[in-house]
Design a protein around this ligand. Structure first.
Ligand SMILES: *Cc1c(COP(=O)(O)O)cnc(C)c1O
Length: 495
């Protein structure tokens, strides 16, 4: 399987696509074709464990890797999840399910990809003949940073530095990063919002002088952000697994369609669902849920992507994004895979802050996607309502998806397909907001909120969050956007 750039020009192997992260022309790597999965193959996957299913899906794209080695890597990565199940499916009501992706080391769905990425990246570099040390720079809106730090801590031949918007992440997210262990890690707060933080990090990636300079010091740059195909590929697997679980538990017949509702920010998670569908998984509608930053809702409704709008800080910070990087991959598919059309739009977005789809592209997209957004009040209400009715506590991001799913189901009664809502974080990651939504109590201290949330819901507290309280804080530095590279250099020079 070969990978091509959304902006044309480049054609590489899976290993190279992952090692490189982003194409030289600034585009994103996409598979040359979608590898089909037949009904017989789906049947054969029914009795498999999650790790085996994941390896089977990954190998469809990464056929330059070794299948047995991939299996072993998946088993190791997903062995780090609570109770040995990386993606359990929970039935909430008739035709309504939760795909819980928060049982990993950092309690967010990013763990599904980032526990595996160290292997995919190291192997990708080895297969591509890259001998240098890898320096990973990550811009995070909260959850990616911690999951990447945890995934790469003390990995051989790798250093990782994470940048987060100083005032743009939750208390718990900040504490998770500030207390990170490992000899090869660094964390820096950046003044500005997530988009500004991400742009500043991107500038280092695209600056030839920085690259040269780092190379002289024995490092090559790589990214653990969701633009890396190595982040996307492991996410495709859980859509297959959720579907197979519905079949093996007798909820559906193999071949029946299933809808997925996904809380969306950078468009990585929901794009993986679309890739699964293109491979042949019987998926109906994909529900793209946003928070008050509803640029994607507007996009799917009107075909206009317009980032010239106010940026809101919400209680679902991992979705506080105006530039969804992975949307470029979707655009490529609906623009008849024309790199010229994609480049034109990306240039227009950079220069004018907006672009517009053709009418037929929009119509084709609306066949596959349905979008809505959930404001702050609706987030609180959704958490409250579902706890009242089902005693099921959900986090603030998941609530956005549940809200959108509910609206879709109410408006499209004829679509009888089961709905799987993708749950992306543990409620304990945002304990104050969830506690407030469920009980009306406004608790300032995160650990007190965890304790009371546990009393109110009887849901088990993840050990990794409860344990944060006693961990020493290692990283408190904050920098201006102009000073990121200087900070990178001093981290690299520390040896
Ligand atoms: C990252 C994240 C999202 C958004 O996922 P994308 O792949 O960026 O669309 C949603 N919820 C949580 C909890 C997240 O950490």
């Amino acid at each position: 399987m070969k990978f091509i750039s959304t902006r044309g020009g480049e054609c590489v192997t899976g290993a190279q696509a992952i090692a490189q992260g982003i194409a030289c022309d600034g585009g994103l790597f996409v598979p040359e074709t979608f590898p089909p999965v037949s009904k017989e193959e789906l049947e054969a996957m029914l009795p498999m464990s999650y790790a085996e299913r994941a390896a089977a899906v990954l190998y469809k794209y990464l056929d330059d890797y070794d299948l047995e080695e991939l299996k072993a890597a998946c088993e190791k990565a997903y062995g780090k999840f609570e109770e040995g199940d990386a993606a359990p499916l929970v039935k909430i009501d008739t035709s309504l399910y939760m795909l819980e992706l928060f049982h990993g080391p950092t309690c967010a769905f990013k763990d599904l990809a980032l526990t595996l990425l160290p292997y995919l990246l190291r192997k990708g570099c080895d297969l591509s003949g890259i001998k240098e040390q890898i320096l990973i720079l990550v811009a995070t809106s909260g959850d990616t940073g911690k999951a990447a730090l945890e995934g790469f801590k003390d990995a051989e031949g790798v250093k990782i530095m994470v940048f987060y918007p100083h005032d743009g992440v939750s208390k718990m997210q900040k504490l998770q990063m500030a207390t990170q262990e490992g000899k090869n890690v660094n964390v820096l707060g950046v003044r500005g919002n997530f988009d500004e933080c991400q742009s500043a990090v991107k500038r280092i990636f695209t600056d030839e002088d920085c690259r040269e300079d780092l190379k002289k010091r024995g490092y090559i740059l790589s990214s653990a952000n969701s633009i890396n195909f190595g982040r996307l590929a492991p996410q495709i697997a859980y859509y297959f697994s959720a579907y197979l679980d519905l079949v093996s538990s007798g909820q559906i017949e193999l071949g029946d369609k299933v809808n997925f509702a996904v809380p969306t920010g950078n468009f990585g998670n929901i794009l993986a669902a679309y890739y699964a569908k293109r491979m042949g998984l019987p998926v109906g509608k994909l529900i793209c849920a946003s928070n008050k930053n509803n640029i994607l809702t507007d996009f799917f409704r009107t075909g206009v992507y317009d980032k010239r709008r106010e940026f809101y800080k919400t209680m679902s910070p991992s979705m506080d994004i105006l530039i969804s990087s992975n949307l470029e991959r979707l655009l490529f598919e609906f623009a008849e895979r024309s790199p010229v059309r994609v480049s034109m739009r990306m240039q227009k977005l950079a220069e004018e802050g907006m672009y517009r789809l053709y009418e037929d592209e929009l119509e084709a997209m609306q066949q596959e996607f349905w979008a809505d957004f959930c404001d702050e009040e609706q987030t609180v209400e959704t958490i409250y309502d579902f706890f009242e009715e089902y005693q099921y506590p959900m986090d603030t991001h998941t609530a956005c998806a549940m809200y959108a799913a509910s609206v879709y189901m109410a408006e499209n009664k004829k679509d009888g397909a089961p709905m799987v809502v993708v749950s992306t974080a543990s409620p304990y990651k945002f304990p104050q907001d969830v506690m407030y939504a469920i009980t009306g109590n406004d608790i300032k201290d995160s650990f007190k909120a965890i304790k009371h949330l546990n009393i109110a819901t009887a849901m088990k507290v993840p050990a990794s969050l409860a344990g944060l309280r006693d961990k020493p804080v290692r990283f408190t530095a904050v920098a201006d956007r102009e000073d990121l590279y200087a900070n990178v250099l001093s981290f690299v020079e520390k040896g």
